[in-house]
Design a protein around this ligand. Structure first.
Ligand code: GAL
Length: 376
């Protein structure tokens, strides 16, 4: 009898804990999927297909090893942005030690876009080779016929080898790369960085590409934004028509201004970007910028946060990863950031906040809980 009661109790508890249904966002709190597990999709990117949102992100495991890719890229789906169904692993790491995608490499900030012409779903991600820390600074590519995958790994590259950015003056191209003569972080070093000393160093090999996002414009052209030049300068690179390579048309953006975690959206014909500074997993003051074209020029707009001093210094304790355009609402957007927990990465939480505007400046305010009607 006691056993029966115990079994029934276990079943009921199991049922209750899985049957979570949300009708609003609770930024920074544990967020359960349809299996009753905390959503595991960090450094996320979002794609909408018809009336469904897909959330791709780094699948983390517990403990410090969880900062490396032990599983791959996870994907979730939702029709309301509150309740997410676990759709499994979209891109798996490889067991083969000779594969660049071998378990234990680094896969970060995956973003997926859909190519209307080829009917393929195209994923780009920040990729670091196993055992090499963050020195490879590669961008990886994987492709699938289905949105939830499985995605097939294609290649990893340092973009645009042998090609100068469209906005790089001829007079700079022949300047020396005398890095050993410069004291790191000295005013001379900083000037050399703004002038593109790392760009010139990497000219033949191809450029560094770390934190990244993708943006598809209304005309179907896709752009790859990534932290380049030792994270000192962003690059915006146009992708080919099939989205599978870089065309060679690219620009340096906010040279020497140290932007990571770019997240881009378009409103009223203008392009906006949220980004962060460089403090690793620790949060720092958010940044924003505006442009009339994805390739720039971009103008810095300052910290978008409107909170307490601590909230502004830490972007509400988060680092940007994406801005979601809300389906069915004209120009309504949601900021998505990560609240990283590098000691136990699987615990990382997500900060969803409405993007509000002060005139033409996008800003963020904190809400303990909120729903989409706030974006009316
Ligand atoms: C952050 C970056 C993350 C990850 C981390 C590693 O600055 O945004 O994606 O690369 O550094 O320390």
């Amino acid at each position: 009898m006691k056993l029966k009661i115990l079994i029934i109790a276990i079943l009921i508890t199991g049922f209750i804990s899985k049957d979570v249904s949300y009708d609003r966002f609770h930024p920074g709190k544990e967020w359960k999927d349809d299996r009753g597990e905390h959503i595991n999709a960090h450094g996320g990117g979002f794609l909408t297909v018809d009336d469904t949102y897909y959330w791709f992100g780094e699948h983390k495991i517990g403990g410090k090893e969880g900062n490396k890719a032990q599983v791959g890229v996870g994907v979730y789906s939702s029709k309301d942005l509150y309740n997410w169904k676990n759709e499994g692993i979209a891109l798996s790491v490889h067991e083969n030690p000779d594969s660049p995608l071998v378990k234990g490499c680094v896969i970060e900030r995956p973003k997926v876009i859909y190519n209307e012409k080829t009917g393929k779903f195209v994923m780009w991600f920040h990729h670091e080779l196993k055992g090499k820390g963050y020195e490879s600074a590669l961008t990886g590519l994987a492709v699938s016929d289905q949105v939830t995958g499985p995605y097939t790994y294609v290649k990893s590259v340092n973009p645009n080898p042998g090609i100068w950015p469209a906005n790089y003056p001829d007079s700079m191209k022949t300047k020396p790369v005398n890095l050993e003569e410069l004291k790191a972080w000295s005013p001379e070093w900083k000037e050399a960085v703004v002038d593109g000393i790392f760009l010139r160093r990497d000219f033949e090999r191809g450029q560094m590409a770390r934190d990244m996002t993708l943006f598809v414009d209304d005309d179907g052209k896709a752009y790859h934004f990534y932290s380049s030049e030792n994270n000192q300068t962003l690059h915006v690179a146009e992708l080919s028509e099939d989205y599978l390579s870089h065309t060679g048309n690219y620009t340096r953006v906010l040279a020497g201004q140290q932007n990571e975690a770019p997240a881009v959206f378009k409103k009223d014909g203008k392009y906006y970007m949220f980004s962060s500074g460089l403090t690793g997993w620790k949060p720092n003051p958010g940044k924003s910028a505006v442009a009339d074209h994805p390739l720039g020029p971009w103008t810095a707009l300052g910290n978008p946060c409107r909170g307490t001093e601590e909230e502004n210094m830490t972007t509400f304790w988060s680092q940007s990863t994406y801005v979601i355009p809300v389906i069915g609402k004209k120009e309504a957007f949601i900021y998505v950031g990560d609240r990283w927990t590098p000691e136990n990465p699987i615990d990382g939480k997500y900060i969803f906040l409405p993007v509000e505007f002060e005139g033409s400046m996008p800003i963020l305010r904190w809400y303990d809980q909120w729903d989409i009607s706030r974006l009316e």
